[in-house]
Design a protein around this ligand. Structure first.
Ligand code: BG6
Ligand code: MG
Length: 224
């Protein structure tokens, strides 16, 4: 497999940074404002899902239907809560070993792409000084169809000039793993195995990844 892998496409929230917790908190705050039910299990169903689609999942769970204008207002309020909370974000929110993993992959000559449904991804990357690692960044603003549609990963591969069979995806979301498989790519699931059944490997600690086996050892230039 290592002969073929030439690029890694990373999701952001819950894969490189624990911003999944900030999304969860923002939805929880909105649900509290509105008197809706919201719990960890429901939150897991929102991983990788776009802002408006996430709101639909929460509304359905609460047996509610709202018009489009009301949905946009609610989604905007959730986003204000989320963006506000990013003020608290620091390098302590980085997934353990994430920066070292990016450095090691670049050292091996693997091209890196960021493929996140979040329109806030560029701000998170900048704040944590992660932007420099990625040769391409595709966000929710660049796609028409959300994960589990493969569009975001196909665009990421194209932006890096890679064929789909040259790419491996890192994902924490069931919807993201489905998207990676639909794109014809291998997928490393990040987090607890129970949520990530479709993944080719599951990892909770990046230090446990057999990098030589998965990505080869060819050394090329990497940023300091
Ligand atoms: C994904 C998150 O990365 O981005 C989802 O897993 C989130 O929880 C989605 O809804 C969209 O993010 P944003 O920042 O554009 O609302
Ligand atoms: Mg994610």
């Amino acid at each position: 497999m290592q002969q073929q892998v030439r690029a890694a496409l990373f999701d952001l929230d819950g894969v490189l940074v624990f911003t999944d917790r900030y999304h969860c908190r923002a939805w929880h705050r909105l649900a509290k404002d509105e008197g809706w039910t919201f719990d960890a299990q429901l939150n897991d169903r929102l991983r990788g899902v776009s802002r408006l689609a996430s709101l639909q999942v929460i509304l359905e769970h609460n047996g509610l239907t709202l018009d489009a204008a009301a949905c946009v207002q609610l989604a905007d309020r959730k986003n204000r809560y989320y963006v506000e909370s990013l003020q608290e974000m620091s390098t302590a929110d980085l997934y353990p070993g994430a920066r070292e993993l990016l450095r090691s992959l670049r050292w091996r000559g693997i091209k890196l792409g960021l493929c996140s449904a979040s329109r806030n991804a560029p701000e998170v990357l900048e704040r944590l000084e992660l932007s420099q690692w990625f040769s391409a960044t595709i966000t929710g603003a660049d796609i028409v169809r959300s994960k589990p549609d493969p569009e975001i990963f196909l665009k990421g591969a194209a932006a890096l000039g890679m064929a789909r069979h040259n790419c491996v995806v890192f994902e924490d979301a069931p919807a993201g793993i489905t998207a990676a498989k639909a794109a014809g790519m291998k997928c490393i699931g990040v987090g607890t195995a129970a949520l990530l059944e479709e993944a080719d490997w599951v990892v909770t600690n990046y230090a446990d990844l057999p990098l030589d086996e998965l990505f080869g050892v060819e050394r090329q230039s990497a940023p300091a």
